[in-house]
Design a protein around this ligand. Structure first.
Ligand code: UDP
Length: 240
């Protein structure tokens, strides 16, 4: 690992990751678990080697986005399950971008899953587990002081740029980026992309067969969960 940075105590354990402090107050280590949850934690399970796939894929895609000018928290893949990242103050707004109707949008608007959207849709959710991450708009975010209008504009613009970059990248490997969720945080006064980019947080469909290659296989008990995660890894990063 980067000279002198040593792993310290765990400071936070979430559903899929554990965050460790390091000897550098401005950096933390994120450890990717195999644990999987869905429906606000009501469904629990484990996906073998998910942590390895998600850490490796996240590192690969963060590196790619950085090269393309997107500021991220990523610094280094420390080992197969751990990333060294900048310590962010996470903005409590989850940013979702959609290209094809699926999941909650399909239910909310009564539109068949798989319907192509003629333009990407940008959505914001209040990051609050107890409330089940409710959908909010710019007015809620502003009135609740979750983010300033300037920060929100920057997050939205970054999310749409990331959508173009990732859609193109995964498209070249025969995958459609159906939708995905991002989290951003503050590092000083800079907004950086945080969290992870993986089949836990993105929907990927095979462009030809329309096969789901993401967490929906776990959520909906479709089988072949581990194989799907591995296939995304192999297509986007290369065999391991
Ligand atoms: N998503 C996520 N975390 C959440 C909610 C959604 O990573 O807490 C991702 C999800 O994997 C999908 C996208 O955001 O790629 C849109 O999810 P949706 O609103 O359709 O919710 P879902 O059907 O997953 O409940």
């Amino acid at each position: 690992m980067t000279v002198d940075v040593k792993k310290g105590q765990p400071i936070y354990e979430g559903k899929a990751k554990i965050i460790y402090e390091t000897s550098d107050p401005e950096r933390v280590i994120t450890y990717f678990k195999d644990d999987a949850t869905a429906f606000d934690g009501a469904k629990k399970g484990s996906i073998k080697e998910k942590g390895v796939v998600n850490a490796g894929l996240s590192a690969h895609l963060f590196r790619y986005l950085e090269q393309k000018g997107i500021p991220t928290h990523f610094e280094e893949l420390v080992n197969e399950r751990e990333l060294l990242v900048k310590r962010l103050t996470i903005i409590q707004v989850e940013v979702v971008v959609r290209n094809i109707v699926a999941g909650s949008l399909s239910k909310r608007l009564g539109i068949e899953e798989g319907t192509e959207l003629s333009d990407p849709v940008l959505e914001f959710y209040y990051k609050n587990d107890e409330l089940g991450d409710p959908l909010v708009n710019e007015y809620h975010i502003r009135a609740l002081d979750l983010a300033t209008p300037g920060q929100l504009k920057e997050m939205g613009d970054l999310a749409l740029s990331i959508n173009e970059l990732l859609s193109q990248y995964v498209g070249e490997k025969g995958l459609d980026l159906v939708d995905f969720k991002l989290e951003f945080g503050l590092f000083g006064d800079k907004i950086l992309l945080g969290d992870e980019i993986s089949p836990d947080t993105c929907r990927f469909w095979d462009r030809e067969t329309r096969k789901k290659l993401d967490k929906d296989r776990f959520r909906r008990d479709l089988g072949g969960v581990e194989e799907a995660y591995q296939e995304v890894y192999d297509r986007l990063v290369g065999g391991r």
